[in-house]
Design a protein around this ligand. Structure first.
Ligand SMILES: *[C@@H]1O[C@H](CO)[C@@H](O)[C@H](O)[C@H]1NC(C)=O
Ligand SMILES: *[C@@H]1O[C@H](CO)[C@@H](O)[C@H](O)[C@H]1NC(C)=O
Ligand SMILES: *[C@@H]1O[C@H](CO)[C@@H](O)[C@H](O)[C@H]1NC(C)=O
Ligand SMILES: *[C@@H]1O[C@H](CO)[C@@H](O)[C@H](O)[C@H]1NC(C)=O
Length: 438
């Protein structure tokens, strides 16, 4: 019934008066992920960005005594040089599927102090300005929820705010932020009782207002939308996060989901999808995924491909696979189902599954706008793939509507993922400027 509730949310806030209840800092935050480093030659429009969050250090490094050593994936001086003078460079801990160190660190008063002090020491030693805690998620529903049931994590609902308070105490004037889920079903530790303490401990809250359809869903809905973003932001405000601590998220990637055979998906919401997650062990069935707005994903393959000398192949390389091998979605030659099935890159090798790259370009070219929920989508009848993503226009709309509610800070995952034409980043840059003057 999720989507029915969504439909009930009218998107009419554009006419709302400009709220001026916030006087706190406005933040324009970009995650900077280790898989997509950028250089000055990329000419990314980075002006105005206030925070860059380098992702990720493993949470387990900080639970041990002494702390494990973290090596930044790019020297901090080099990263600083890509942004305005004064842009804060933060370190993110965790990310999807990394919960072990957090669970261990949160457990006792002693482990919390150790975890917090290890963070503070690491920030000082490496020269980071701030810390982002990306625990997905305290209380459960993470990647490991079938192996470690939520019932084993109940204590985290109590200990999570205590851990955050301890971290804030240890890092002092350096900012502490958290990345939090946007779907209510995953907000296990974000209860009305706990959120006020959480909000008090942190400087800002990055709401991951994307992946609003996950592999645990049975019907299509937008992975990102104006309505879905408002819903999540409103929920956190209702629970007690002040507007000036809220930072809402924009994804620099489209998501795709395989719909069931025998259906024509004329509407973006409510079309049945194939089983996207294995119900026994919680693993991915390979029937859904994402596609970033990186340059390589928009380019026709070069004409002069040669056979890969190692196993590297695919978009962004000059190599195809020999010996009838397939080039997997992550760019490796091989002949297993994982290489040859869904996501295989047909221009770079044999392909038995769905050609995601081709369908992506069709979707981008023929995408439709859901004016009611504020989202971009496409259903590709040939591959039965449902696509969902954000356009620069929709990003502008989100920023305007939220600014009118006093939420004038935003973030994106992740900067390198927009390298095709930087159009999403530019929309954020312009929108942030406007929101400041709201
Ligand atoms: C909003 O702005 C008006 C005029 O500048 C000011 O008088 C009022 O105190 C402000 N309200 C808040 C809640 O900041
Ligand atoms: C950046 O700030 C430093 C001092 O904090 C200053 O020396 C330098 O000239 C500034 N660079 C630019 C490009 O503004
Ligand atoms: C999807 O269907 C399964 C099996 O009927 C059910 O257990 C699960 O809760 C459904 N997922 C959602 C998000 O409704
Ligand atoms: C292959 O073509 C690309 C341009 O598409 C060019 O940059 C590269 O140098 C060429 N490589 C060879 C080995 O010819």
């Amino acid at each position: 019934m999720r989507f029915l509730a969504l439909l009930g949310l009218a998107v009419t806030a554009t006419a709302a008066p400009c709220g001026n209840s916030t006087s706190g800092p406005q933040r324009y935050v970009l995650y900077y992920d280790q898989w997509r480093p950028i250089t000055a030659a990329d000419n990314a429009p980075t002006a105005g960005i206030t925070h860059v969050i380098m992702s990720f250090a493993s949470s387990s490094l900080f639970a041990s005594q002494p702390a494990g050593e973290y090596e930044p994936f790019q020297p901090l001086d080099e990263v600083r040089a890509l942004f305005d003078n004064g842009t804060k460079i933060c370190l993110a801990l965790g990310g999807w599927a990394d919960t072990a160190g957090f669970s261990e660190g949160a457990q006792t008063a002693e482990s919390r102090v150790r975890f917090a002090e290890n963070i503070a020491t690491t920030l000082d030693q490496l020269g980071y300005d701030c810390i982002d805690i990306d625990w997905e998620y305290p209380g459960g529903n993470g990647e490991d929820y079938k192996r470690i049931p939520n019932s084993d994590k109940v204590s985290e609902i109590e200990t999570y705010p205590l851990l955050l308070a301890e971290i804030k105490k240890a890092v002092g004037t350096k900012e502490l932020s958290i990345a939090v889920p946007a779907l209510e079903r995953d907000m296990i530790a974000y209860t009305a009782t706990q959120v006020p303490s959480i909000a008090k401990a942190v400087d800002f809250v990055n709401i991951m207002t994307y992946d609003l359809m996950t592999r645990r869903d049975n019907y299509t809905t937008h992975h990102t939308s104006v309505a879905g973003t408002l819903r999540a932001v409103d929920k956190y405000m209702e629970l007690g996060v002040p507007a000036d601590k809220i930072v809402f998220g924009i994804p620099f990637y489209a998501k795709w989901y395989t719909t069931q055979e025998g259906y024509t998906c004329e509407h973006p919401v409510g079309c049945p999808v194939e089983l996207l997650e294995n119900p026994v062990d919680g693993t991915d069935t390979g029937k859904s995924g994402s596609m970033t707005f990186e340059k390589a994903n928009f380019e026709a393959p070069p004409a002069n491909l040669t056979i890969s000398p190692d196993a590297a192949c695919g978009a962004g390389t000059l190599f195809k696979c020999g010996n009838g091998n397939c080039c997997s979605t992550s760019g490796f030659c091989g002949d297993t189902e994982a290489h040859c099935g869904t996501g295989c890159q047909s221009a770079y090798g044999r392909c038995e599954g769905t050609d995601i790259s081709g369908s992506f370009l069709t979707a981008i070219a023929q995408g439709r706008t859901d004016e009611v929920l504020g989202a971009q989508w496409y259903w590709d009848a040939a591959t039965r793939l449902f696509w969902s993503w954000d356009t620069p226009e929709l990003i502008t709309k989100k920023i305007d509507i939220l600014a009118a509610r006093g939420v004038r800070s935003l973030m994106a995952w992740s900067i390198g993922a927009d390298s095709n034409d930087w159009s999403h980043l530019r929309a954020m840059q312009a929108g942030f400027q406007n929101a400041r003057h709201h």
